[in-house]
Design a protein around this ligand. Structure first.
Ligand SMILES: Nc1ncnc2c1ncn2[C@@H]1O[C@H](COP(=O)(O)OP(=O)(O)O)[C@@H](O)[C@H]1O
Ligand SMILES: [Mg+2]
Length: 373
């Protein structure tokens, strides 16, 4: 092969590059006719496809080696309080976190710990490679879990000056797609909230108020499995996002819909799950579709500890039910069980075509003290 490939780039001999000069100058000594040039272009295209395939295979192998399910722990910086202890009860290593409470030390091993000093950029660097994987056709999930107030929303959404994973991931997808000349991509976005076992479309034209009593009529989207095995939420708004600006506008709209529609805000939204789905279409000889799920899970506080009753108790039970169903699914996948119990909650049903051996899943457990102890 006379064209050498280095680092994914096709190296073209200099005298041929001159053909691409925009001023149309005729290159002296160039004696090829048009058909020879066309052949050359098609050979280069095929070489590019070959390199693209190899890049995908290498990334798949890397994900395989690292494990498609990865668990991270992020420690929220301590909020200043009067009874601030001078010594932190948490010790953090690269892959281990130890918590000391009433004299008992508990240790957890994870793929990586992000300590109090970690920035949104540090966290994003870790998830960047699987965004490439999503563009390559894999369904991918990134989720944040932990108790209320520990930093799940901060990690996923971020704040104005400190963008979280979701806005950064959207930006990265557009940037990767614009660099990839081998195939055109198009993206669309959907956002939904799962509350007390009901699904609510956050990008619907008319936003129903999310009063629990009205849920059965206004938030009853159902989940369908298509013939190809893909899972779809029936009637869920899926808006095309041609550019980053439009994507951010829709994302902000979904976030607003989540926070303003609660009749009793009082942190009720922390007892729902918020799911953002980016659908990626790769247009080529055949169209490939993949999904990137970005999920801010409901707070995982224990009912006993919160002393909940009435509706709060029901909300807590619903959250606990879906979180434990999700935990069961992930445990079954980790143990490579033949049966994976996707059907036990709405949350796991929606994600059933995106949680599996070949689908990368990154979990960010958020953690703060003394609240979590
Ligand atoms: N890593 C962090 N750095 C700075 N502030 C944080 C961090 N994590 C959380 N916070 C702040 O702590 C508060 C609670 O975080 P939040 O993300 O709303 O928790 P959750 O979604 O788990 O209930 C927010 O004011 C948030 O901005
Ligand atoms: Mg939150």
């Amino acid at each position: 092969m006379e064209n050498e490939a280095m680092g994914g780039h096709v190296m073209v001999p200099v005298e041929r590059l001159s053909l691409e000069l925009p001023n149309g100058e005729i290159v002296v000594g160039y004696d090829k006719d048009v058909s020879a040039l066309q052949e050359e272009i098609s050979a280069l295209r095929s070489r590019q496809r070959h390199l693209d395939r190899r890049r995908r295979e290498a990334l798949d192998k890397l994900i395989d080696l690292k494990g498609s399910i990865r668990v991270f722990c992020r420690v929220r910086p301590l909020v200043q309080t009067n009874n601030l202890k001078t010594k932190s009860p948490v010790t953090v290593e690269q892959e281990k976190i130890a918590v000391k409470s009433v004299g008992i030390k508990k240790e957890f091993s994870v793929d990586r710990v992000f300590d109090q000093e970690s920035t949104q950029e540090d966290v994003f660097q870790e998830v960047k490679p699987i965004l490439r994987s999503a563009l390559d056709g894999h369904n991918v999930c990134i989720l944040a879990y932990g108790q209320t107030g520990t930093g799940k929303t901060y990690t996923m959404e971020g704040t104005d000056g400190k963008l979280g994973i979701v806005p950064r991931a959207i930006q990265e997808l557009f940037s990767l797609a614009s660099e990839d000349s081998s195939s055109p991509y198009s993206f669309s976005i959907s956002m939904l909230e799962v509350y007390l076992g009901s699904l609510r479309d956050l990008l619907a034209q008319r936003q129903p108020l999310f009063r629990p009593m009205e849920c059965s009529t206004s938030c009853n989207l159902s989940i369908l499995a298509t013939k190809s095995g893909a899972v779809e939420v029936e009637g869920l708004t899926d808006v095309s996002i041609p550019d980053l600006k439009k994507a951010n506008q829709w994302y902000c709209r979904g976030r607003r819909a989540r926070s303003t529609s609660w009749t009793n805000v009082n942190d009720a939204s922390s007892r729902s799950h918020c799911l953002t789905r980016i659908t990626i279409r790769r247009h080529g000889a055949t169209e490939e579709v993949s999904k990137l799920w970005l999920i801010d899970l409901g707070g995982s506080e224990r009912l006993l500890k919160t002393g909940a009753s009435g509706l709060t108790m029901d909300e807590g039970k619903a959250i606990n039910l879906s979180l434990s169903a999700l935990g069961d699914v992930i445990a079954a996948l980790r143990r490579k069980r033949s049966h994976v119990p996707y059907r036990n909650s709405k949350l796991t049903q929606i994600l059933s075509d995106s949680l599996g051996k070949e689908h990368p899943l990154y979990q960010f457990g958020s953690f703060s003290f003394p609240e979590t102890l």
